[in-house]
Design a protein around this ligand. Sequence first.
Ligand code: NAD
Ligand code: WQD
Length: 345
Amino acid sequence: MKKVLVTGGTGYIGSHTVVELQQVGYDVIIVDNLSNSQPDVLENITNITGIKIDFEKFDLADRKKTLDFFKRHKNIDAIIHFAALKAVGESVVQPLNYYYNNLFSLMNILQGMLDNNIENLVFSSSCTVYGQPANLPVDESAPVQIALSPYGNTKQISEEIISDTVRTSKLKAISLRYFNPIGAHESAKIGELPIGVPNNLVPFITQTAIGLRDQLKVFGNDYPTPDGTPIRDYIHVVDLAKAHVIAVERMVKKNSKYPYEVFNLGTGKGYSVLEVIKSFEKVSGIKLNYAIVERRPGDITEVWADTSFANLELGWKAEKDIDEMTESAWKWELALYNNRKKTTK
Ligand code: NAD
Ligand code: WQD
């Protein structure tokens, strides 16, 4: 049984990936400092898969603790590195926290890999590296543009750190550039758990519909798009999770074409903010309270992925459509609501 270390495995994308890994027979160990996730996610994963998970809680930015972890775990075949801080707006006001957390964690993991002959790394990157691309759909050869936030910059610098390390060692790596992950596992036992007011569109929609927020603010309808609202490539988190399993398999079976590879993970289709709202209203039967307000600074007009490289090389294709995404997100919000009701009784 191959063993995979999943950093950030109690987080949103990590937890869905752990489920997919376990379901195809990988032995998983999670490291997470729970700075943006809850320990009961571990139990919820086990409820889905029937398999218990090894878990260690510590900060991967702590070099001593991270290297000590690797000394105690010699038999790791691959690492999926999700752990990072990810709030774009917060990164603008706390840049050093973001550089410290995201870059030291990565460098500590890479050092641990080199010291212990662990060769396979999958890294969570982001379509944010493309900024507003000149050509759409955007493929992996598009230039990386000056980052619009310290968060985005940590992804660009991380990709460079990985590429430099691969060049001078036996390390192999795959960076996966996610577009906009949304939705939740069909069981509604795991999903996105934003702390405080959500920054992202879909959690804000579902929290408004459930009554936690008064009104969704649509940030601008004067963009040069068909309905005036920005367009993104939303991808179901379970489709995304499955791509990680394939990436791990590719490296473990030594099928990588190059020591360092980069893939876009999206659906290849773009939806506007108003189209996402429409999809949500259709699947939930709820009329959403929203208002058009000013643009949000830093937002780009439109982006969607050219996924042909991932389709061809990984043999992976996103399967779930926008309605399945919004429906699963809504089912998850309803499950959270029912849990809150139970605990306040
Ligand atoms: P998340 O916040 O739900 O999960 C990240 C997990 O990492 C959390 O559980 C957090 O507690 C943990 N963590 C953070 N810093 C840590 C540290 N120093 N040591 C140990 N654990 C630490 O985020 P997510 O949405 O699941 O994102 C996973 C990865 O994907 C991140 O690297 C993120 O930047 C990237 N990404 C996310 C999106 C998105 O829209 N969600 C898009 C593109 C890329
Ligand atoms: C989507 C659309 C908003 C909230 C962010 C990061 C990116 C990546 C994914 C990590 C935009 C509009 C949103 C609201 C709105 N993460 N919106 N009202 O900005 O595409 O990407 O998450 O790597 O780096 O920047 O996602 O969900 O915030 O916004 O109108 O309350 O929804 O303007 O057009 P975004 P998002």
